[in-house]
Write a protein that binds this ligand. Structure first.
Ligand SMILES: [Zn+2]
Length: 449
């Protein structure tokens, strides 16, 4: 049994209806056959770009079902063109709205995404807005959102995880995935490194702020990452991923997406490293285009924040803080904003509002300390594992520094300063802010100071 199958079994009626997932060979034939057997006149709307149409020529295989010479009563595929391959598609609300209008005008009855995470996100959101189901044909194991119920869409230039219709059928052809550019494979493993932080931070947030927590979703997401990292490490040095490695990684990203869907949010999969990676993406500070992939940026952000997590727990081992004595007064982070974050002022206010008051900060630190033993125990298991995972990516010839992706020191500094404000998601950066530990951990001064 594949890992995602055992998870769906454990989910039972918690995810209804459960998606049909096919992880194997012959994806093209499978999807073509499924579409051919739909009722005539269904009107399948295919969303892909010119690059993926080469890797997965479903559109060409179905051309007879879309041809204007085919009688309307026999047609199953709506007349629609691929999105351009260059420049890369940006999943913003304008594009989503345009495609949604086209889908509605064509009276399409099914949306089929062919591609990576961006195409899947667009299709799930279009499906949600147009009120029609969607299928996803994933051509690269590059992100973990294929099976989730949210789409990452830019609204007013800001990254948002917004409601979407989960794909009722997800097809991952392991041979197509194995043939995808290696950078997409690394991106998938990179996205999964976030699960180690998530397992720690979601747990902390549940103890400190009372946020709902599910050990089932947290541990399935983490174990999916462990499996993918193990498969990645077992590849001979310098070897291209084969179908077996693609299957293992595909299994992991599918499981992680299901965990997000079951949790109702991305807590099982994303923490501070995602906040930072999303900020770099939307601020347009990634100077090297070949690195501008979600999972790669997540891995670089994970490697960037990793030493601060280690440092934080080192500080705790040296001596526990006193909530009444050691918690610092809040700064007015909106008083003078860093240049790169200034465009997101309104969004930050909507996301996190004003600073958390001193009394509440003290209560939160006290709650953290009351459970410090179990939190430290969890960190002591996870952080060494994460270091190994990051090291494995590095050993594959993937430089994990922001500079290698053309991200400036200014952009790194800004992202580290504003983690607590860019997203309403409690984590270790909030605790560092409450305790005023930036200087001792080597972090930039907090926003507003
Ligand atoms: Zn991600």
């Amino acid at each position: 049994m594949q890992f995602f199958e055992s998870y769906i079994e454990r989910l039972g009626s918690d995810v209804v209806p459960p998606p049909e997932i096919i992880l194997g060979s012959d994806g093209l034939e499978t999807v073509a056959r499924r579409i051919s057997s739909l009722p005539a006149g269904t009107g399948v709307w295919i969303i892909s770009d010119e690059n993926t149409d080469t890797a997965f020529p479903l559109r060409a295989a179905l051309s007879s079902l879309a041809s204007s010479t085919t009688p309307a009563s026999e047609r199953r595929v709506a007349a629609c063109s691929p999105l351009p391959g260059t420049p890369r598609v940006v999943p913003d609300d304008f594009l989503v709205e345009r495609i949604t209008c086209d889908v509605i005008a064509a009276k399409a009855g099914l949306v089929v995404a062919i591609g990576g995470g961006t195409i899947s996100d667009i299709a799930k959101r279009v499906s949600y807005l147009a009120g029609v189901p969607n299928w996803c044909v994933a051509t690269a194991p590059s992100v973990d959102a294929y099976t989730s119920a949210k789409s990452a869409i830019r609204v007013d230039g800001y990254h948002n995880g917004i409601p979407a219709t989960p794909s009722s059928l997800v097809v991952c052809d392991v041979d197509v995935m194995a043939a995808a550019p290696q950078v997409l494979f690394l991106s998938g493993v990179g996205d999964l490194t976030a699960k180690y932080f998530a397992y720690l931070e979601w747990f902390i947030a549940s103890l400190v702020t009372g946020e709902p927590y599910s050990e089932r979703e947290a541990s399935f997401a983490l174990d999916s990452a462990r499996r993918a990292v193990a498969a990645f490490q077992s590849l001979p040095s310098g070897a291209r991923p084969d179908a077996a490695a693609a299957r293992a990684l595909g299994d992991a990203v599918l499981t992680s997406g299901l965990a997000m869907r079951a949790a109702g949010n991305s807590r099982p999969a994303a923490s501070a490293e995602h906040t930072i990676a999303h900020f770099w993406e939307m601020a347009g500070v990634v100077g090297v285009e070949s690195y501008d992939y979600h999972g790669l940026l997540v891995a670089i952000a994970a490697a960037t924040v990793f030493p601060f997590y280690v440092g934080f727990f080192d500080q705790l081992r040296r001596g526990m803080p006193d909530p009444d004595r050691d918690v610092v007064e809040p700064y007015d982070h909106l008083s003078s904003l860093d240049r790169l974050v200034a465009p997101y002022r309104a969004k930050m206010i909507a996301e996190t509002g004003g600073p958390v008051p001193l009394d509440e900060r003290r209560r939160r630190v006290a709650r953290f300390l009351a459970s410090a033993e179990s939190i430290i125990e969890r960190a002591e298991t996870l952080l060494p594992e994460l270091e190994t995972a990051i090291g494995a990516l590095g050993a594959a010839g993937f430089p994990l520094t922001p500079a290698s992706a053309g991200i400036s020191a200014e952009a790194v500094t800004t992202s580290l300063r504003y983690v607590p404000y860019l997203r309403d998601r409690f984590g270790m950066f909030d605790l560092i802010l409450y305790l005023g530990w930036e200087d001792r951990l080597g972090l930039p001064s907090p926003a507003g100071r």
